[in-house]
Design a protein around this ligand. Structure first.
Ligand SMILES: Cc1cc2nc3c(=O)[nH]c(=O)nc-3n(C[C@H](O)[C@H](O)[C@H](O)COP(=O)(O)O)c2cc1C
Length: 209
């Protein structure tokens, strides 16, 4: 098992996945890592749907792709690269995002991270599921599986929840498409600390950066 910091530093979004099956014991290990996460009041209102059935994946993918065609694709074509990312790298990211959109249902297994959060989840609801999601992303990396945190489907959340057969009061917050990666894991590219951390007063440089 790699060191935790090494895992975090080399946990880039893996969007090109092989269709080879993923052993159930690894999926269970990943889910176990998810349930180690904190949740508000330790309420653990998370629920996870493991999806391997292609028909179910395809029904949800219709909405994921619609959101790409209508919102995300046009946005990628019009915005500047994020901090620390060159235009070439940003173009590769866009290509990978489009690839995953076209192959979403080909990922051998999805973990859909849900919350049993009732009829009107508050604005902070996701705070009790994304720690579990990130634990699972890191667990995938640790066992050599590729994944990407995705939540674009939430643009059409109601329709996707229906396609996934979720009961009333349960909502999906993230879909992790999981599989063995086609490419190599690599280091993430981020802005340096000096650009994003301040000390004592907003705008004052963080002295340890
Ligand atoms: C809240 C959130 C939602 C995201 N949704 C998607 C998504 O729907 N599709 C996708 O391909 N990537 C999605 N991502 C992945 C980000 O695009 C990715 O983490 C970011 O580009 C950094 O990638 P890197 O770690 O490879 O540098 C999402 C990430 C976050 C945190």
């Amino acid at each position: 098992m790699p060191d935790l910091f090494e895992t975090m530093e080399n946990c880039r979004a893996m969007r090109r996945l092989k269709p080879d099956p993923v052993p159930d014991d690894l999926v269970a290990k990943i889910l176990q890592a998810g349930t180690c996460a904190p949740s508000g009041g330790n309420a653990q209102k998370w629920r996870f749907l493991v999806v391997k059935d292609r028909k179910v994946k395809e029904a949800a993918t219709v909405w994921y792709k619609k959101a790409y065609d209508e919102v995300i694709g046009p946005r990628y074509s019009s915005i500047a690269p994020p901090p620390g990312v060159s235009p070439e790298k940003f173009k590769r990211q866009h290509d990978a995002v489009e690839y995953l959109t076209d192959h979403f249902a080909d990922a051998p297994v999805w973990i859909v991270a849900c919350l049993e959060d009732g009829a009107n989840p508050g604005p902070g609801a996701g705070a009790s599921i994304y720690p579990a999601v990130q634990n699972m992303v890191l667990a995938c990396r640790a066992v050599g599986l590729g994944t990407t945190l995705t939540n674009r489907h939430m643009i059409h959340q109601k329709e996707v929840d229906r396609a996934l057969g979720l009961p009333e009061g349960v909502h999906s917050y993230a879909i992790l498409p999981i599989g063995y990666p086609m490419g190599k894991f690599g280091p993430v590219k981020r802005a340096p600390l000096g650009e994003v951390v301040f000390q004592d007063r907003w705008g004052e440089p963080y002295r340890a950066a």
